[in-house]
Design a protein around this ligand. Sequence first.
Ligand code: HEC
Ligand code: HEC
Ligand code: HEC
Ligand code: HEC
Ligand code: HEC
Length: 344
Amino acid sequence: MLLSTPAAGADPLWGFGDFLGPAPVPHVSAETCEACHTEQHEAWSQSRHRGSVDNPVYLAGFAAEPHARCMYCHAPGPEQSKALLRQRATLVRERSLASVPKTSLAHEGISCVTCHLRGEEVLTPNAGTTSDAHPLRHAPAMAESSFCASCHEFLGHDVVDGRTVLNEERLQTTWSEWTAWRARGGEGTCQGCHMPGKAHTFRGAYDLDYLRGALSLRVEPARGRLVAVVESRGVGHSFPTGDVFRHLWLWADDRPVARFGQTFSLSFSEEGQARLRRSADTSLKPFEPARVELPAGTRRVRVTYHYARDGEVPESGPEAPGHIVELAALDIPPSTPPAPRRTR
Ligand code: HEC
Ligand code: HEC
Ligand code: HEC
Ligand code: HEC
Ligand code: HEC
């Protein structure tokens, strides 16, 4: 039958699957599902989930930090992680999956099987769906934000005596940010915003229209100066969230005047072990406009979005590490002097 190729048994790297039951995730390609679920397949093919291993930004990150634990989320199937880790040195050197066998599901990244298959059952969030094509199991949790949390929130790690040990510092915090947004009256799930109409494109920061629609920029006078007001719109977590290197810059003409995002500091213990810890978080919070006083004479303000850390020279193309896009810009007419301070 369709799903009759069970994967290797328990694998210490395979943890995500436990969320929906300990059954192994079969080795089944998305192509198997394509014929009958064309719409979902087409959308998923365009998604960052599909490209979670072979995209250049990830491969550059993996080359810098080639840890086995990256597989837990970027290539969570046991077969995927094994195929990739077998080629670890080559991946670091070549930053491409050319050395990984074509038959490996590693090329599919986070695939249909990752989210939908446990044992021989296909999980669906919908009650009452039946199919002759394959067994279905009703898993209401799929429609809840907690389903996304096991990958979209996680702790950092230290390397102690060559071993990777989790530490107490949260690296990505999208789930907690979403929880905080809800506590302040926000309504909706991850799926509601990122899978409208159940679309599997999982639109996010690589969808420029979506990103631009999420930011508002205006300029207003305050205390005799001009102030830029930067605010997120319709975002159920911090902006940016997710990958720790994502950040925004506000520019006054050619001068960067404010950075919105996380900052991590690298220090070394007496034994020489590297420690990465969060030193600041200036990302835009929902319902909290950021106000930045502009230098006198500013003629143009802009906000740029940076996909990777500063200092990495932007290479060509939107996929290059260091890639930068402009989200908003405003010209300030020369006739808008900050209202002169009244003297009595
Ligand atoms: C031979 C055709 C066929 C193949 C191949 C197939 N499916 Fe299905 N699937 C169906 C049919 C028919 C249904 C019944 C509901 C429907 O029409 O969507 C269904 C239902 C589902 C549902 C529940 C939809 C709902 O509305 O609740 C999910 C999820 C699903 N399939 C996922 C998969 C995945 C993942 C694969 C690949 C591993 C797959 N299917 C392969 C035919 C197929
Ligand atoms: C617990 C899950 C998890 C683990 C472990 C993990 N990541 Fe990620 N990673 C994510 C998620 C979720 C995103 C998407 C966030 C976003 O798009 O902002 C991501 C995004 C990234 C990105 C940005 C990709 C892009 O397209 O811009 C890079 C680079 C990255 N991860 C590298 C790594 C490396 C290297 C490791 C291992 C040291 C690792 N990740 C371990 C979950 C994880
Ligand atoms: C990152 C996890 C993830 C991946 C990868 C994924 N899905 Fe889904 N899928 C979901 C979630 C979550 C829902 C339910 C969304 C909701 O109810 O709001 C869903 C719903 C569905 C449905 C039901 C749609 C409906 O109208 O109710 C089908 C069919 C489906 N997925 C098929 C697939 C196929 C085929 C693939 C691979 C090409 C795939 N999915 C990849 C998470 C995923
Ligand atoms: C198995 C782990 C895993 C699960 C489960 C998962 N994601 Fe992801 N997601 C990732 C990783 C890893 C990336 C980053 C891929 C890349 O760019 O390298 C990502 C990327 C994304 C992006 C694109 C981010 C961007 O920068 O554009 C969105 C949006 C997203 N996920 C939403 C969701 C939602 C919503 C769910 C739950 C329905 C979910 N994810 C479930 C691991 C996961
Ligand atoms: C109210 C709508 C909304 C909700 C709820 C929501 N998001 Fe988002 N998300 C957005 C918007 C809009 C963006 C684009 C702006 C941005 O990048 O923050 C985004 C961006 C992202 C990104 C790209 C990273 C980045 O650059 O910020 C990831 C990853 C993501 N969301 C994951 C999630 C997950 C996981 C959940 C649930 C825990 C979730 N989102 C809930 C609207 C939402």
